[in-house]
Structures are given as C-alpha cells and as structure tokens.
Design a protein around this ligand. Structure first.
Ligand code: NAP
Length: 289
C-alpha cells in the first residue's frame, strides 16, 4: 500500500556518511529506474563513466546497494539508491522527496523498469494485465510527469524511455507486453514534440533481444525467448553505450544493434496483420518444438 512503512523507500545512500558524498546543493543527477541489473545497470554505469551522479531505483535494496558500491568504487561520482517499487502510486512522490532532501536536480530521467509477460491472453494469470499495464505504462508516465516540471523550469533535461522493438509490431503470444511498448512509443514521441520548445529532450530506446534475465522474470513460457536470446541478443553494455551517445545527440528513436535495425527495417516492408500472422506461426512452432 502506498505510503505505508513497508513501502517507504529504503534510502541506502544514507549508509554513506553525508560528509563522504560529494553532492553539492542542486547537483545534477541521472535517475535510472530498474538500475540494479540488465540494461538499467549498464545505463547507470555508462552515465557514471561520463561523470553523471546517479540516483538508482529498484525493489531489491540489497542488490541495489551492491551495485551502487561497485559503481562508486569504479567511477568518481556520487551514487544514491532508493529501494522502492515504481508501481506503487506514491513512488514518484517518494523519489522527488528524496531528491529534494538530498538537494539533487534530476537532469536525466531513464525510465527503464518494466515487467515481462508472455503467453496467450486467456492463459495469463488473473491480475497480470493490470500489473503489466501499471508497471510498463502508468508508473512510467506518472514518473515522467512528476520530474518534467523542474526540467522545464531549468530549460534543460533528457528523458530516455526504454521501449522495445516489440512496440513496433503486433506480437501474438506476447500481446500485452508488446502493446504497452507501443503505447510508450506513441507517448514518448508526443512528449518529445511537446517538450522540445522548453529545451527538454525526449528519446525512445527500442532494443531487440538483449542478454539479460528479463524474460525469465515475468509470466509465461520462457523457452522460446531464451533460445532466441542466445542466438541474436545484444549485450546490455552495448545497448547502454549506443543509447548514451544517441541520447546526448538528441536522437528521437534509438535502435541499438545492427540486428535490431535489420528487424526494424523488415517490419516496415510488411502489413502489420501479416507480421502478426507470421509471428504467431513462428511462436507456435517454437513453443511446440
Ligand atoms: N532484455 C530484453 O531482451 C529487452 C528487449 C527490449 C526491451 N527491453 C526493455 O529493457 C528494460 C530493462 O530490461 P532488462 O532486460 O534490463 O530487465 P532486467 O535485467 O530483468 O532488469 C529489470 C530491472 O528493473 C527492476 N524492476 C523491475 N520491476 C520493478 C519495479 N516494479 N520497481 C522498481 N524496479 C523494478 C529490477 O530490479 P528489482 O527486481 O530489484 O526491482 C531490475 O533492476 C525494460 O523496459 C524492457 O522492457 C528488454
């Protein structure tokens, strides 16, 4: 429940004595959700390598703390971490409260945390639909909405939405996840146009398969995507390397690997209904093999 003690942010940065942190009044910070592993962790490292202070968010405080310690030891930046569930309605307020209390200006927002879901819609466990929509859409848009006003006031900021190539095409057997990423694409590009006059850049990162534990973390059959992943996946480090540079050059849509770019091009040649039909056939053959 939002606001209860159980969901209060675990402010692990406070384990570092205040005097040891070099953060000064209003110091800029890159906020990365889902920063404890996978693409989010690599993005946090990439920002740290470019001397950005980091505010990391994920649910597992212990894992977050270990990653924060590792980044602190390798890069000369401040690393703050908040253990919280971005799906909680109060999460944006908790993040803003922490940033205010620590005198941090969130000048970069990386909206990376998401939930995976796979399987035909009638077989999904009860509640999955709401959970995936909440994690991948509602919490993402609410956090962007909460952070945006201060960026607009300062006439400066970068927002990176982590979408997916799955958002470009209908994905039978993966319909909800794919549809949430389609929503994000539309939302991010609309926001980009709205924010451009105020000096705030909005970019959308659309990876193809990436070698992380993501598809093992949600609901559904994991075999198909895990087999595909081994064949074609990019590393999270490569994705972060490309994404950082493209974000800084204000690219609208970032497709971070040659394989993903080839797939993206291929999907433009076919009617979406034909793609859906092909993907359905392919998914069924993979699941049954
Ligand atoms: N991997 C791929 O093949 C792939 C392809 C295209 C797009 N993407 C997108 O890339 C993004 C990251 O994926 P990934 O592969 O890096 O995933 P991952 O390795 O599973 O990492 C997910 C991160 O998000 C955190 N997280 C999950 N739910 C959260 C919640 N409710 N509140 C706060 N933090 C939460 C996790 O930590 P906790 O569990 O401790 O909270 C973890 O740090 C997602 O948006 C995904 O849709 C991934």
């Amino acid at each position: 429940m939002a606001g209860t003690a159980a969901h209060k942010a675990d402010i692990c940065a406070l384990q570092v004595p205040i005097a040891e942190t070099q953060t000064q009044v209003g110091q800029p910070v890159a906020l990365v959700t889902g920063a404890s592993q996978g693409i989010g962790r690599s993005l946090a490292e990439e920002f740290a390598a470019h001397r950005h202070n980091i505010l990391m968010v994920a649910r597992d405080g212990e894992r977050l703390r270990l990653v924060a310690d590792d980044i602190r030891s390798r890069f000369d930046v401040d690393v703050h971490c908040l253990a919280l569930d971005v799906m909680q309605p109060d999460a944006p307020n908790e993040i803003l409260d922490y940033a205010r209390a620590s005198r941090l200006n969130i000048d970069t927002l990386v909206l990376n945390a998401a939930v995976w879901s796979e399987g035909t819609i009638q077989k999904l466990p009860v509640g999955t639909l709401g959970q995936v929509v909440n994690a991948n859409i509602v919490s993402v848009c609410e956090l962007a909405k909460a952070v945006l006003p201060s960026m607009i006031d300062r006439k400066n900021g970068d927002i990176l939405f982590v979408g997916s190539l799955a958002g470009n095409v209908p994905s039978p057997n993966n319909a909800i996840y794919s549809a949430t990423k389609a929503f994000l694409k539309s939302f991010a590009l609309s926001l980009r146009a709205e924010c451009a006059p105020d000096g705030v850049n909005v970019s959308l990162l659309t990876p193809g398969a990436v070698d992380t534990g993501f598809t093992s973390s949600g609901t559904g059959n994991r075999g198909f995507h895990d087999r595909r992943r081994r064949l074609f996946a990019a590393t999270p480090e490569t994705v972060a390397w490309v994404a950082y540079r493209a974000l800084k050059s204000r690219q609208a849509i970032i497709v971070p690997s040659l394989f993903a770019r080839t797939l993206e091009f291929g999907t433009k040649l076919l009617h979406p209904a034909a793609i859906a039909s092909l993907r359905h056939t392919f998914a069924r053959s993979q699941v049954s093999s």
